[in-house]
Design a protein around this ligand. Structure first.
Ligand code: PLP
Length: 285
């Protein structure tokens, strides 16, 4: 397999079928584009299939509930995903399902699926690990649990803050950000979930009480903790404690496992557990 010439992008639109990747599919007044009113899910494609599709559709349903967004039937979403994947020529890739609120004056939501290639920087992060900077998200750790309008836990298309956070890190030569609450707890990264080793405990940040996104990759990995000889745990953590952990990673659906090798400009020794965690997760090199 060569990754030098990644295939283009596949696009499938609910009600229209497969369309050319350069074909316009949103109206000018689509509320997804005007107000960021939409939700999405991104999944890893392996052996031509969407990995953990059911868990992603469950989370999409929860996101839709939080935005009071009408979602098509689950079977329609599954068929749309399958249609897009049927046109994807490679074994590996990424599948994104997007649902926006649709036209401003009312009308059905805009629903589409895209399949695209995993990029070289993403592969490099899996292989070599990443440099991460901590940055304040501006909220106390529990602020979002009692403020449903802040949409904690919903995967919305309003990702401008997430992308700006990553650009800020990249401008300083790092690859990613770890968001910190104003009261000093690690939350999550703009597109991935924090995992760390605390002795024999494989830990992540609790989602419900903090408003972070409940990461599907992290949940899957923690549900296999016993196979790895670990105990799964959810707890709050401060950056100073992470600095002393034997292993710290960011996990997400497309990048998979990326070990944090530099945290706030301080190099960390490579963790021996990285290879076995990566093997269980099964992302290609
Ligand atoms: N946190 C945020 C904010 C994300 O956008 C994502 C995924 O893109 C994740 C965590 C990781 O979640 P998952 O493992 O379901 O991809």
């Amino acid at each position: 397999v060569t990754h030098d010439h990644p295939p283009g992008r596949v696009v499938a639109v609910l009600g229209r079928g497969l369309v050319a990747a350069d074909q316009p599919i949103l109206r000018a007044d689509d509320l997804g584009a005007l107000r960021g009113e939409g939700i999405f899910e991104t999944m890893h494609v392996r052996a031509g299939q969407a990995w953990l599709l059911d868990a992603h559709l469950d989370r999409m349903t929860r996101s839709a509930d939080r935005l009071s967004l009408p979602l098509p039937d689950r079977t329609q979403l599954v068929e749309l995903a399958e249609l897009a994947l049927s046109a994807w020529p490679a074994a590996e890739g990424a599948l994104r399902l997007s649902v926006t609120r649709g036209p401003e004056d009312g009308g059905p939501p805009t629903v589409y699926a895209t399949v695209f290639a995993v990029t070289a920087p993403t592969r490099a992060a899996r292989r070599d690990g990443i440099s991460v900077l901590t940055a304040s998200l501006g909220y106390p750790v529990h602020a979002r649990t009692s403020a449903p309008w802040l949409l904690g836990g919903a995967k919305t298309v309003s990702y401008a803050v997430n992308m700006a956070s990553q650009r800020w890190a990249q401008q300083q030569g790092a690859q990613d950000v770890l968001w910190i609450s104003t009261d000093g707890y690690a939350l999550e990264a703009p597109t991935s979930t924090l995992i760390w080793l605390d002795g024999r405990r494989l830990c992540t940040v609790p989602a419900t009480s903090t408003g972070i996104l409940a990461g599907i990759t992290a949940q899957w990995l923690l549900s296999h903790a016993d196979e790895l000889g670990y105990e799964a745990a959810e707890q709050l953590v401060r950056p100073a404690e992470l600095a002393g952990a034997a292993g710290v990673w960011l996990v997400s659906s497309v990048r998979g496992l990326a070990e944090i090798r530099i945290l706030d400009h301080v190099a960390r020794p490579a963790c021996e557990a990285t290879a076995k965690l990566a093997a269980v997760l099964g992302f290609p090199d």
